[in-house]
Design a protein around this ligand. Structure first.
Ligand code: NAD
Length: 495
């Protein structure tokens, strides 16, 4: 066992793992705990304190106290930036431990959080820390007859509810801009995957973030999550997760007139024209739909293939999919780990059953996969389906390693197929003809259109959704920082 593995196991095996509120590690008031399982073999790996509305109250009041009293909100931006850079460095220094925890908790192959989630999370703190130094907190407004300016202030206490597919990365994408702007936060991680969020608090303490600036309440969505969403003491809410729960969170926020940002699901398409390098595009899309066992909101799950490259494309995609090793996340040869839970495994298998009953057929047969030595794990084979655009598997988010492949002849037909979806998160177009690619990219209705690639992220490029995929801002862009600063005009008549 490597040192990082040993440290990760030692951290998660503290029984129970406590919540982090007001700078203290606390048990749930009622003494309740819940189990966290390893998706790779179904075994219990941790026991975590189960908070509910009582702990949410404590966390919101600790965050309020820190907002008004700790000096975090009123520090010059560069002083906060120094602390956030220190936190980013600590994330980098502990990246192997965080990647091990994430792999244990989510099931993903260790190389993935090690190569992407964790370094990207550290970089997110650096990006917003640096940007915050240059945001103009006071901007003059030139209007005849007045001396006027816009002033920008942090909102106060910001709530965050996070899903289980990228727990560490989405935590950091969410809270980094809010903290850099001077807010304090209360976070409810997903009950399936709370472990790396708790480890993060150790690093935040070490970086010198004042007590109460970051508060974590672990617990279930219907109790802790709902209590946070309806809490009158929060000033802003950010929710990442399913549209079903997003609606409930938005309703609660609406009742309190609290602004809310929703980052929801997707049913992304990839449009493949016949002038592409077919093998390269097929391999890239197989990589996209099997990343994190397909549990990626923005991934391409509907592949629209121009008819004269259909055979070559399907053959290559099937053979590449079959070559990927399904295995335990901690095994270095694993390309596709398990899905996160037994519930998620049933969801994917039920979709395959419903889809084929409605007339879809397999281009590559999917189903449950067994991994020797890890019999209790939640493994699913990558799958290619084809059939009508009305099929349930072509319409709904499956959230597993499943692509639905359809043919098209003409450009407009492809655009119409893409835009049949109620979701609007991310699509891609693949063509050597950049005029056509750019035209299609703009015609596909979504928050993000990618050309000759899928799942493309960089700090500075905004990422968000429209329609059923959410609203209210998004992440990663420069404006995301402004989302966490409220504007106030200050005006004096000159005569
Ligand atoms: P989910 O909506 O079931 O849960 C998300 C979070 O909400 C969890 O922390 C959960 O405990 C909490 N929650 C559940 N019920 C709640 C309630 N009644 N009130 C308040 N909070 C509650 O989603 P999931 O299954 O964890 O994640 C998968 C979904 O997230 C997919 O739809 C995926 O596409 C979406 N997602 C979107 C993005 C994005 O950036 N757009 C990123 C990742 C995941």
């Amino acid at each position: 066992m490597s040192t990082a593995q040993a440290e990760a196991k030692a951290f998660v095996s503290q029984m129970p793992l406590k919540m982090f509120i007001g700078g203290k590690w606390v048990d749930a008031d009622a003494g309740k705990t819940f189990e966290v399982r390893d998706p790779g073999d179904g075994g219990v790996i941790a026991r975590v304190s189960e908070g509910d509305s009582k702990e949410v109250d404590l966390a919101v009041s600790a965050a309020r106290q820190a907002f008004t009293k700790s000096g975090w909100a009123t520090k010059p931006a560069n002083d906060r930036a120094v602390i956030l850079h220190r936190l980013a460095d600590l994330i980098d220094r502990n990246r192997e431990i965080i990647a091990q925890i994430e792999s244990l908790d989510v099931g993903k192959p260790v190389a993935q959080p090690l190569g992407f989630d964790v370094p990207n999370a550290a970089q997110t703190f650096r990006y917003y820390a640096d940007l915050s130094v240059y945001v103009r907190r006071r901007e003059p407004i030139a209007v005849t007859g007045f001396e006027a300016r816009t002033a920008r202030f942090p909102y106060g206490v910001c709530g965050f509810i996070v899903p289980w597919n990228f727990p560490f990365l989405l935590l950091c994408w969410g809270i980094a801009p809010a903290l850099a702007a001077g807010n304090t936060v209360v976070v409810k991680p997903a009950e399936d995957t709370p472990l790396s969020t708790l480890y993060f608090c150790k690093l935040a303490e070490e970086a010198g973030i004042p007590a109460g600036v970051i508060n974590i309440v672990t617990g279930f969505g219907g109790a802790a999550g709902a209590a946070l969403a309806r809490h009158p003491g929060i000033n802003r809410m950010t929710f990442t997760g399913s549209p079903e729960v997003g609606r409930l969170v938005a309703e609660s926020c609406g009742r309190n007139l609290v602004p809310v940002k929703l980052e929801l699901g997707g049913k992304g398409a990839a449009v493949l024209f016949d002038d592409i390098d077919v093998d390269q595009a097929a391999d890239a899309l197989v990589g996209a739909v099997t990343l994190n066992a397909g549990q990626v909101c923005c991934t391409a799950t509907r592949w629209l293939v121009q008819e004269n490259i259909w055979d070559k494309f399907v053959e290559r995609a099937s053979s590449t999919m079959q070559s990927l090793r399904i295995g335990y996340g901690g095994d270095p040869d694993t390309a596709i780990g398990p899905v996160v839970s037994a519930k998620q495994q049933s969801r994917v298998l039920n979709f395959l059953e419903k889809g084929t009953k409605e007339g879809a057929s397999f281009l590559l047969q999917g189903g449950k996969a067994d991994v020797k030595g890890h019999e209790g794990g939640f493994y699913v084979k990558p799958t290619l389906l084809t059939g009508s655009a009305d099929n349930v598997c072509a319409r709904e988010e499956i959230f597993g390693p499943v692509a639905y492949v359809m043919r098209f002849k003409e450009e407009q037909e492809a655009v119409d197929l893409v835009n049949r979806s109620n979701y609007g998160l991310a699509n891609s177009v693949w063509s050597r003809d950049l005029g056509r690619a750019n035209r299609v990219a703009e015609a596909m209705v979504a928050g993000n259109s990618w050309i000759n690639g899928h799942n493309l992220f960089a700090h500075g490029i905004p990422y968000g959704g429209c329609n059923l995929s959410g609203f209210g801002g998004g992440v990663l862009g420069p404006d995301t920082l402004l989302d966490y600063l409220r504007e106030q005009s200050v005006v004096r008549p000159l005569s």
